[in-house]
Ligand binder design. Structure first.
Ligand code: WT7
Length: 657
């Protein structure tokens, strides 16, 4: 059963509710009858949502689930995703509307209208086509939050190529694994990126990653840091091209081709329970339908009126679904910010909200807790009165952070939408609807209209009010993943085997119903950690550690952390001939993990131990290590092969070894 931490248990004692004001409810996009409408005929409901999009050919069948778990939505329909996100807004007379208020970290800005976006995306599409990129090819993108990242994604969509965006903080090794697995033909990156006021190299890392990479024919390089970057940008003449040189000479005209509703749109890698990340595959019509539908209703977005800001990075699914596809399909005006929230000062976000009159703001609990730590007097100095909906995503939000968010950022009145979903679900699944739901701090509450989720026990039987268990999705949804790239077995094993008889999708999260039947998410039940809303697998970090010559064995756990949700704590057994495990050796190991995976995976703490607690079948008992990492009394040790191991570990740690 779910191993709950005490902090999560506390969530369930929260009982405050915040009903929507009449004023908000009166103007809200979502009305309460959406639930009944969807329940009455789910397929008709989704067909109606798909009408938000412009289709070249209308579908003949809403859902084909005959080959479950591989769904087909809007079968027979054809559309171009980029046309839906860009051109049609220009054609309907909104070419002059700002699509993107881009804010660079050093303070430079750029406002991009829909007409300009169309030009940029068309040129980029022509550029990719000129390099021989065609429908079905894969383009890897490792870029920071620059407009070109969005142009590149939409250019891929426009020509039917799949993008494979790799978060900028991933190491060369991690990038290479994602380039090879997807057989990327082109890589798009930048010379360097600004991070906390400094220019750091990007292209040099990409070059390191691509050494000997067999599938990559061309590398396109966006010039961002220019002469601010120390040293030369490494260059391979017959492979590398500057974005501005390649793209600027292209025609501004590009006719979008309509692709099948099930044409692949992108692959995005995410951590699973094994060391190897999974390439999650998403397709076109259903994905765009659900991202647009949820963005419209969950954020109460009004095109041409609201200014929206999702603070995620396009390297994650939130950036794909709620910066690029859903919002742009809905003709958003949005802020895209390049930098960190405390550069050059801790009020940067509030300054941006004030300047652009941001009305819808979507961020992560880890950042909210960081803002709390920095102090309420910082946001207080800014005019945040434009805000009318606040969103949260990535991990359970603790009631304290929820209340702080509402009080200090939302003037004590904005609805807060705590949105549960995953890379695999493609779009928001469980969330309050602003204007409809009486919100509860800490609970994501209810599956959205058209979505069905349940909390079930080990046998797959739904638990009653107050009961806890596993979160499952018991009915297919339009933006669901269509597989794991190149690995059908893993797709079936990971998501569909746990409750095979019932045909439920197993999300990997523990959850509980309260007495009103609202859902409370309780964190992962598998070996996946959630650090600052980023998913990292314990096995991935363990593999990185044991790849270091001094390490014999490693076990990694996610320990509760007041700011990041979980922090990575590693227990390592050093090799017999290795040095003592002093400060320097530990530092070397932390850096090694950063090099193998990326700085986000650096363990917060590494403890050198003589043994690891294992069951008789050799499985590491992470539960016991989590007790140590969280300074708790060690729990039941009776299933250990050698029950004295925990004493050995604890006494070794106490004596400071
Ligand atoms: C995992 C998915 C969805 C985009 C960001 C993360 C956790 C996400 C919530 C929430 C509680 C949440 C779950 C989920 N999670 N949102 N509102 N409340 N937990 O995407 O990297 O695919 O991670 O994040 O554990 O399984 P991801």
């Amino acid at each position: 059963m779910t191993e709950q931490s005490p902090a999560l248990d506390n969530l369930l004692t929260e009982s405050r509710t915040f009903p929507p004001s009449d004023e908000f409810a009166g103007q809200a996009n979502a009305k309460a009858d959406l639930y009944a409408e969807a329940d009455a005929d789910r397929e008709a409901f989704w067909a109606k949502q798909a009408e938000r999009l412009t289709w070249d050919t209308k579908w003949t069948t809403v859902l084909d689930w005959t080959n479950a778990p591989f769904a087909k939505w809007f079968v027979g329909g054809k559309l171009n995703v980029a046309y839906n996100c860009v051109d049609r807004h220009v054609e309907s007379g909104h070419g002059e509307q700002v699509a993107i208020h881009w804010v660079g970290e050093p303070g430079d800005t750029r406002d991009i209208t829909y007409a300009e976006l169309k030009t940029e995306v068309s040129k980029a599409a022509n550029a990719l086509a000129s390099l021989g990129v065609a429908a079905g090819d894969v383009v890897a993108i490792q870029l920071q939050m620059v407009p070109e990242a969005i142009f590149a994604m939409l250019a891929c969509a426009r020509i039917g190529a799949l993008h494979n965006v790799v978060f900028g903080g991933f190491s060369p090794t991690a990038l290479r694994a994602r380039v090879d697995d997807a057989a990327a033909k082109v890589v798009i990156t930048s010379d360097g990126q600004f991070r906390r006021g400094k220019a750091a190299p990007m292209k040099a890392n990409v070059d390191e990653a691509l050494e000997g990479a067999e599938t990559v024919e061309k590398v396109i390089v966006v010039k961002r840091t220019g002469d601010k970057l120390e040293g030369d940008v490494p260059w391979t003449d017959d492979r590398d091209l500057w974005w501005h040189e390649l793209v600027d000479e292209q025609s501004e005209e590009h006719t979008p081709e309509a692709f099948d509703s099930e044409h692949p749109l992108f692959i995005l890698y995410t951590s699973g329970t094994t060391g190897k990340p999974k390439g999650i595959l998403h397709t076109s019509g259903g994905y765009l339908t659900q991202t647009a539908y949820t963005h419209h209703n969950v954020f109460d977005h009004k095109a041409g009126e609201d200014v929206y800001w999702c603070t995620a990075d396009i390297g994650w699914i939130t950036g794909h679904s709620y910066i690029v596809y859903g919002p742009l399909a809905n003709r958003v005006t949005q802020v895209v910010y390049e930098g960190t929230p405390n550069t050059p000062h801790e009020g940067r976000h509030w300054e941006i909200i004030q300047k652009y009159k941001v009305s819808l703001y979507y961020t992560a609990p880890t950042l909210i807790r960081t803002f709390m730590k920095w102090g309420a007097e910082i946001p207080e100095k800014y005019d945040l009165s434009s805000l009318r909906v606040l969103g949260s995503v990535g991990e359970p939000i603790n009631p304290e952070a929820w209340i702080w968010y509402r009080e200090n950022i939302g003037a004590g009145k904005t609805p807060i939408v705590d949105t549960w979903w995953q890379t695999e679900t493609g779009a928001i699944m469980i969330s309050p609807l602003p204007g409809v739901t009486s919100t509860k701090p800490g609970s994501a509450q209810k599956a959205l209209p058209g979505i069905s989720a349940k909390v079930v026990d080990d046998q797959g039987t739904e638990v009653g009010p107050g009961g806890g268990g596993y979160l499952v999705l018991d009915k297919p949804w339009p933006s669901m993943l269509r597989g794991v790239w190149g690995d059908e077995e893993r797709f079936r094993d990971t998501y569909w085997s746990r409750f095979k008889d019932q045909g439920f999708y197993f999300a990997g999260d523990g959850a509980k119903y309260d007495n009103d039947g609202d859902v409370w998410l309780l964190g992962r039940v598998d070996d996946v950690m959630n650090v600052s809303g980023h998913r990292i697998s314990t096995t991935e970090v363990e593999s990185a550690l044991v790849s270091h010559p001094t390490v014999a064995e490693a076990a990694v756990v996610g320990a509760t952390d007041p700011t990041t949700g979980q922090g990575i704590v590693a227990f390592v057994i050093l090799r017999g001939n290795a040095v003592d495990g002093g400060e320097e050796a530990i530092q070397a190991l932390r850096n090694h993990v950063a090099k193998e995976i990326g700085p986000i995976a650096k363990p917060r703490q590494i403890m050198v131990v003589p043994e690891l607690p294992k069951t008789r079948s050799g499985k590491i008992m992470r539960r016991l290590l989590r007790d140590v990492a969280e300074n708790r009394q060690v729990g039941d040790v009776t299933t250990l092969a050698d029950s004295s191991v925990m004493d050995l570990i604890s006494s070794g740690l106490k004596s400071g070894k």
